[in-house]
Design a protein around this ligand. Structure first.
Ligand code: EPU
Length: 423
């Protein structure tokens, strides 16, 4: 199992590039199942979750080499036929986003069998809202042997769907089901994440009729058929945000290139309140510096455009170096503070009270052996390691490999002393 070894205390400086968004690429790959024609996607980040999704799509279309080709960040999928309209447990248990194939498979084939995901480190994460949305479109859904079995032998019928709570992949799943349904579907209380809008842009390029993606009401007019196209995935706002926080935490001078500042407004505002200077030297570039002391700031995670839960752990690492008490409230997932104990082992003063973490800073961080528990928790440990005195060894690095492309070479390129060791 790989470990990351970090010799901390070096301010990051220079320019670091952002990859394509993992959470946009995953539904985009699933959307390729909606047409028999080839779809080419650019800027796909080659991270572990993407490889899992490619394995899943390969299984579904019974892939020969010609059906899926990858060339760096360019992936072409031609789902000419659907051999196995199912997501088996072995793949779903390693990546919950596998449930994103449910909507497209029912939409295209009229039936699908998708394993229930089971437990997850950061919270229960059920898919009941995906299922009830499909039922509103006329699918008959049964749960059997740990699988969701959905049938719509005569096709899906557009309907009004009001989500009980905002769900990102639930909105995406239903959007992909609705594009081939008969008539109009209206999704209310839809997720407004940029990844939903990116998926809608891809589906529109494939011939779908969608209005309102990126707002809380999405209208879809079903079409009979979708076509092949090319699409470039948006930059990864969470990776960009992680780098911005890394620059601030190491008191460096870091330029993050190839990002969309508009997707990062909530983080930028909180960084500025914390005393970080954030500038936009070009429309796709952000630069961070810390002219004085870091100040305490409270954050509450929310759906977009609020503060992203996927940046909470990294921001907590930053607050360990801010003067005063910061209250960090997690509202999206019920168990997303597992990094707190590991940060404490490095010297942080953090008290957990239910959904709130209370961070008292600044406390010097010192390198330690720590364990990554999930993707964003591991990112926060990398950040803490970069700021700590001495050596940090992070175990279970496979979590970070799920979502960060070439993390150690990118960080080394801006001065970090970080290396991977295989043991
Ligand atoms: N929820 C339900 N029922 C459902 C679906 C969701 O109760 O059917 C609950 C969840 O348990 C959670 C809340 O609703 O408490 C929001 O979950 P959501 O469905 O929005 O999360 P997701 O779609 O499973 C995506 C990202 C996550 C990110 C969340 C929140 C992808 C592939 N994953 O997950 O990304 O944290 O939205 O923004 O897009 C990550 O990249 O590290 C990651 C976990």
């Amino acid at each position: 199992m790989d470990k990351l070894v970090i010799e901390g205390g070096v301010p990051l400086s220079g320019e670091i590039a952002v990859s394509g968004s993992k959470n946009s690429a995953l539904p985009a790959l699933a959307a390729c199942l909606l047409t028999a024609e080839p779809v080419t996607l650019h800027r796909i980040p080659l991270v572990r979750d993407i490889r899992t999704m490619l394995d899943l799509i390969g299984h579904i279309i019974g892939s020969k080499d010609a059906d899926i080709s990858t060339d760096g960040g360019r992936v072409t999928i031609c789902a000419g036929r659907i051999e196995h309209p199912e997501a088996p447990y072995e793949l779903v248990k390693t990546m919950r986003a596998s449930s994103l194939v449910l909507g497209p498979l029912v939409g295209r084939c009229g039936h699908a069998r998708v394993s229930l995901p089971g437990g997850c480190a950061i919270g229960a994460r059920p898919i009941n809202l995906h299922v009830s949305g499909l039922e509103r479109l006329g699918a008959e859904v049964r749960q059997e042997h740990g699988y969701i079995q959905a049938q719509a032998p005569h096709g899906l019928q557009g309907a009004n769907v009001q989500f009980d709570r905002i769900t990102v992949t639930g909105t995406e799943d239903l959007l992909m089901a609705a594009v081939l349904a008969r008539g109009e579907t209206v999704i209310e209380n839809a997720a407004r994440e940029p990844e939903v809008a990116d998926l809608a842009a891809l589906l529109t390029a494939m011939g779908a009729k969608i209005e309102g993606a990126g707002t809380s009401t999405i209208r879809v007019q079903g079409v009979a058929k979708l076509y092949g196209t090319e699409h470039t995935i948006i930059p990864d706002r969470i990776e960009a945000g992680t780098f911005l926080i890394a620059g601030a935490l190491t008191r460096g001078d870091l330029t993050v290139r190839g990002c969309v500042p508009e997707h990062l407004r909530a983080l930028i505002a909180k960084l500025q309140q914390a005393g970080v200077e954030v500038t936009e030297p070009a429309p796709d570039i952000l630069r961070v510096r810390v002219p004085g002391k870091l100040k305490n700031v409270d954050i509450t995670t929310e759906e977009h455009p609020g503060f992203a839960t996927d940046l909470q752990a990294q921001f907590m690492a930053l607050m360990t170096q801010a003067a005063g008490i910061s209250f960090i409230t997690e509202t999206i997932f019920e168990n997303r503070f597992m990094h707190a104990q590991e940060l404490a082992r490095m010297g942080a003063n953090i008290r957990l009270e239910g959904r709130q973490a209370i961070v008292a800073g600044p406390t010097p961080l010192s390198g330690a052996q720590v364990i990554a528990s999930d993707l964003r928790a591991s990112a926060s440990l990398v950040l803490a390691g970069l700021a700590a005195q001495g050596e940090t060894v992070i175990d279970r690095v496979y979590h970070i490999d799920r979502g960060y492309e070439k993390i150690e070479s990118k960080l080394a390129g801006v001065g970090a002393r970080i290396r991977r060791v295989s043991v």
